[in-house]
Design a protein around this ligand. Structure first.
Ligand code: SF4
Ligand code: MG
Length: 311
């Protein structure tokens, strides 16, 4: 899966003036088969917008997404069959399940619609529920969502998605509404499925700890742009961008040794439109940072940083 210079601008034409907001700017990356990639950033950084563009829930303003070299924008047949390539899991398992339907119906219905399977989906549904650890599956298939816990509901969502045998799953904060230990179970389930079902995963999260736990590679987003990316272990061990360093400081990680504390500057308003978008919060900001926006550079193979300090 490839994101090629993705841009998304949201505009609204008000009565008196037109406003626009650039949610995503020039985001490019490649997800290899079997890889787990984490996109990390705070809310408003554009990470969920990227997820929606990857699954074509939202068309990009510029740039495109391609699968195996085929661009989604130019290929209508590919867009139509997209659900069998890529599926999305959302933050809120409570909202994702129709309360009026049984688990059997929820998991079985997409098999009939998307996969055009005729006949009784029940055996396949039982198999899917077993795969996601809802066992014995017979005890779950006739239940309604309200009879399940949050973690069990997220497992149902995953079973439903797996039924379409996608090659990529995009998970947008899949554990943020669950208790920590339940969240870890769901992360382990996803990692397990990656092996067993040969899936590639994109994890969208605000938490560098979960990103490190899950992902081979991490992209850090700030104000709609990638500010740093690299292999997870290296990026956590030796963060380069000042924003990544602040993020690490604010997410205590038992595996990491204490880094030199940096003085965080609280955000005072929206990111500036000129120069570096992080400069109002950056302890290292200089005149150059106000005058010139930094480009994404690769100071070391596989490590990308958008900061004048690393050119
Ligand atoms: Fe800080 Fe300047 Fe680097 Fe931006 S370019 S992160 S303001 S040092
Ligand atoms: Mg979000």
């Amino acid at each position: 899966l490839q994101a090629n210079e993705l841009n998304k601008t949201f505009g609204s034409r008000g009565l008196f003036r037109k406003t626009s907001f650039q949610a995503v700017r020039d985001v490019s990356f490649t997800l290899e088969q079997g890889e787990v990639l984490a996109i990390v950033g705070e809310s408003g950084s554009g990470k969920s917008t990227i997820a929606r563009m990857l699954t074509h829930l939202l068309p990009p303003t510029a740039g495109n997404v391609s699968y195996n070299g085929e661009s989604l924008r130019d290929n209508k047949a590919l867009r139509r069959s997209l659900p069998t390539f890529v599926q999305m899991i959302f933050q809120d398992p409570f909202a994702a399940l129709n309360p009026h339907h049984t688990i059997g119906y929820i998991v079985g219905r997409p098999l009939q619609v998307q996969k055009r399977r005729k006949g009784d989906p029940r055996p396949r549904v039982l198999e899917l529920l077993t795969k996601v650890g809802l066992t014995p599956a017979e005890d779950f298939i006739d239940k309604y969502p309200y009879q399940l816990s949050g973690g069990q509901k997220q497992r149902v969502v995953i079973a439903k998605v797996l039924g379409l045998s996608p090659s990529v799953i995009v998970a947008d904060e899949p554990t943020s509404m669950l208790d920590v230990s339940i969240g870890v179970d769901i992360m382990n389930l996803l990692l397990d499925l990656r092996e067993r079902e040969r899936l590639s995963l994109i994890l969208i999260t605000h938490n560098l700890g979960s990103a490190r736990y899950m992902a081979d590679r991490i992209l850090v987003m700030y104000a709609g742009q990638i500010v740093e990316s690299g292999p997870s272990e290296e990026l956590i061990r030796e963060p380069r961008h000042p924003y990544t360093r602040l993020l690490l400081q604010s997410s205590p990680d038992p595996w990491r040794e204490e880094a030199d504390a940096m003085e965080a500057i609280e955000p005072t308003g929206p990111p500036p439109q000129t120069g570096c978008s992080f400069r109002l919060r950056c302890p290292f900001a200089s005149d150059r940072c106000a005058a010139e926006s930094p480009a994404l550079k690769e100071p070391e193979t596989g490590r990308f940083v958008r900061c004048h300090l690393f050119e």
